[in-house]
Design a protein around this ligand. Sequence first.
Ligand code: 5GP
Length: 194
Amino acid sequence: MKELVERIQNDGRVLNEDVLKVDQFLTHQVDPDLMEKIGTEFATFFGNEGVTKVVTLESSGISPAIFTAKELSVPMIYARKSKSLTMNEELLTSSVYSFTKQQTNQISISKKFLSPNDRVLIIDDFLANGQAAKGLIELCQQAGATVVGVGIVIEKAFQPGHQLIVDMGVPVYSLARIKSLSMNQVSFLEEDQA
Ligand code: 5GP
């Protein structure tokens, strides 16, 4: 997605060889116009899959996920990273090792929001080692729901997440794929160059 690639080039900051900071438009301050276009792109790509729910992980996945859900006219559910006091019903849970925080979180969704009739599209901001996406797929599978795909805003293609998810039998569609963050520079896979 050309506009996203340009935005990463203009506003992204390479923190080190593994981590890109995009807090100007995605992970802290959020650009709603760009998120709307991202939502339209995911909704168009997965438009024939009969999606009934969009699922993401709090907090940075929520903005692209809500615009995708709006475009598909379905609800969006975000998995929580900590248990809220009001979550007193039965939960679907799985453990996710966080790449950026270097800690393991128990993620959860109330059982009542997913059923075997659901066809789920998972959306997240980044794909690195694939642990967040894998945890979300496992939650959906616990509910007996079908995961039709994973939509990622920024994939770091030099990390193994994409292959991990494809090996679970779930297709991955990423809007910008980064080949490398070395030498303090963001390089994209050739097909994704702006
Ligand atoms: P994974 O589980 O695929 O290893 O990592 C995905 C999660 O880690 C995403 O939900 C995202 O929040 C975070 N993440 C991974 N890599 C980066 C990065 O380079 N920059 C930022 N801002 N977040 C990242």
